[in-house]
Design a protein around this ligand. Structure first.
Ligand code: ME8
Length: 515
């Protein structure tokens, strides 16, 4: 029986096309989805778009569209980008879909019945871009404490969610489930926030039109729309067909892992779990928060206007180059400064040279020195070598790191093996061995080439989730035509007989163009 594995990305606002930050989280999800499929798990990978709320309403006024037209137009930009980047999502949810709206309204109606949502009035400082209310004490010099932009004073009739009632239960959950929030440093931030005291939060808006309607209530004097974060967070469950009792819900929901940027951790690690507790539903298994990609140490974001277009990057450095760079260069939990120079260097040195060129070279040498016929490798692989040893050590560590969301450390382990192959070739100089007529040298030549081949075959299987197109092509060159699976990324688990093929360079070096 394969284990269910459910991974989600945030649903992105449709105010504008995706940028490199959205790509980062989405590729992170795709790497996990591809990896777990290769492990044989039963994977469900969800992404989508967040289409309601004031931000969208405001943007639509600017672009002179209806909010729905804006959403319909921008959602295509997301879909196109994800197709370009080979994102293997199983479902794409839009919050304007009926299946979603139905679940949100069901949830709100249930919480109104239990008294977890009640009607009152709200006065506070509102940050429009963040769609968040702040109290007098939270506001810093008239600015939002989160994003630093101006806040407005608003008073409105509002429904509230009794978040305060769940403070202790949430603290206990986080303490009893040490893996619930990752990484540890972010968990401590969340704990600190909860310990300051959770207040009831406003859960409806009368100031917006573009949102899901609150269920009818004779006590309300105005028309209310459901707060966009309540609406948005529900996507993780509505997409599983909760309302129509789809078995996907019971299968995948208990396994849910939410990948998010640190900017929205509070919504996922505090708001969402308390909503679920009130609803009497299980909490997600894990929330993984990553750092920000920055430009001159400022978060890359639509509102700061320093965005970098993934489609253009795909043209420039290729999809695999980009997917690789983002996870080789940056430590997932931390912020990472994006620069073009570093990107070109990283891709050229590690992907084009260490890995791509090494495979092209090895295939050429193998054909030249051992011939183009089928090679029997089974016996040679039982011999010891430093490479054999490295593979035995690095592969289990790669699994551990990737399962622990340390993408860069997982790649470090794969690079231990790739680097090992490059050194093994230099130290053993197959070109010299090939010129020798001594039998021991000929035997060694075969061992050197076959052990390099096996290491690169294993590295390529491990790289499939990161650089799918390139790694697949590498496996073809290396003559491993069997169905890829992670249990074959072990020494001696490849084909017993191999036929090498030679082809174009796997990753031609990039030339930086002056812009
Ligand atoms: O917050 N570096 O949508 P959003 C890394 N709709 N990741 C970044 C990033 C950066 N500079 N900029 C954005 C929303 N991201 C809500 C989410 S979920 C129920 C609702 C990524 O379009 C990161 O994952 O503003 C961040 O959390 C997300 O995009 C925010 O996307």
């Amino acid at each position: 029986m394969s284990s269910p594995f459910y991974i989600t990305t945030p649903i992105y606002y449709v105010t504008d096309a995706p940028h490199i930050g959205h790509l980062y989280t989405t590729v992170a999800g795709d790497i996990q989805a591809r990896y777990h499929r290769l492990l044989g798990d039963d994977v469900w990978f969800l992404t989508g778009t967040d289409e309601h709320g004031q931000k969208i309403e405001k943007k639509a006024r600017e672009t002179k569209e209806t909010p729905q037209q804006l959403a319909d137009r921008v959602v295509e930009r997301y879909r196109t980008a994800w197709t370009r980047y080979g994102i293997t999502y199983d479902d794409f949810i839009r919050t304007t879909e009926e299946r979603h709206k139905k679940t949100v309204q069901e949830f709100v109606a249930q919480l109104m019945k239990t008294g977890d949502i009640y009607l009152d009035a709200y006065e506070g400082w509102y940050c429009v871009p963040d769609e968040t209310y702040w109290t007098e004490t939270q506001v810093v010099d008239g600015k939002c404490p989160d994003c630093g932009r101006s806040v407005e004073k608003l008073k409105e009739e509002s429904y509230f969610f009794k978040m305060s009632a769940y403070q202790e239960k949430l603290l206990a959950h986080i303490k009893n489930n040490p893996d619930f929030i990752f990484p540890e440093s972010r968990k401590n931030e969340v704990l600190g926030f909860i310990q300051q005291g959770l207040k009831d939060i406003s859960i409806s808006r009368t100031t917006i039109q573009w949102g899901i309607a609150m269920p009818g209530d004779p006590k309300a004097t105005k028309e209310h729309k459901i707060y966009v974060w309540f609406d948005a967070l529900t996507n993780y469950i509505s997409a599983l067909g909760y309302s129509k009792k789809d078995p996907k819900y019971s299968k995948y929901w208990p396994e849910a892992i939410h990948l998010v940027g640190k900017d929205i951790l509070r919504f996922h690690a505090i708001y969402w779990p308390t909503f679920l507790m009130a609803l009497g539903l299980p909490l997600p298994k894990k929330i993984v928060a990553h750092g920000w990609l920055t430009d001159a140490n400022r978060k890359i974001s639509k509102s700061l206007g320093n965005v970098i277009d993934p489609m253009q990057l795909a043209e420039e450095v290729g999809v695999d180059g980009m997917r690789f760079f983002l996870f080789r260069e940056f430590a997932f939990g931390l912020d990472g400064e994006y620069t073009k120079d570093v990107m070109y260097q990283r891709i050229n040195s590690d992907l084009a040279n260490d890995y791509g060129n090494c495979i092209n070279r090895l295939c050429a040498m193998t054909q030249k020195y051992l011939g183009e016929k089928e090679l029997d490798v089974a016996d040679i692989l039982t011999s010891e070598s430093t490479l054999h040893q490295t593979a035995l050590e690095a592969v289990p560590l790669m699994h551990k790191e990737l399962q622990g969301f340390s993408y860069h450390r997982a790649l470090d382990q794969i690079w231990r093996l790739v680097g090992g192959v490059n050194r093994f070739i230099e130290t053993n100089a197959p070109w010299t061995l090939a010129r020798s007529s001594i039998e021991a040298d000929q035997k060694k030549l075969k061992l050197v080439l076959v052990h390099c081949h096996e290491s690169l075959r294993i590295a390529s299987l491990c790289l499939l989730p990161f650089v799918p197109t390139m790694a697949e092509k590498a496996l073809q060159y290396l003559g491993d035509k069997e169905k890829p699976a992670m249990n074959r990324a072990e020494w001696g688990k490849g084909p017993k007989k191999i036929t090498i093929t030679k082809g174009d360079p796997l990753y031609p070096r990039l030339e930086m163009k002056e812009t």
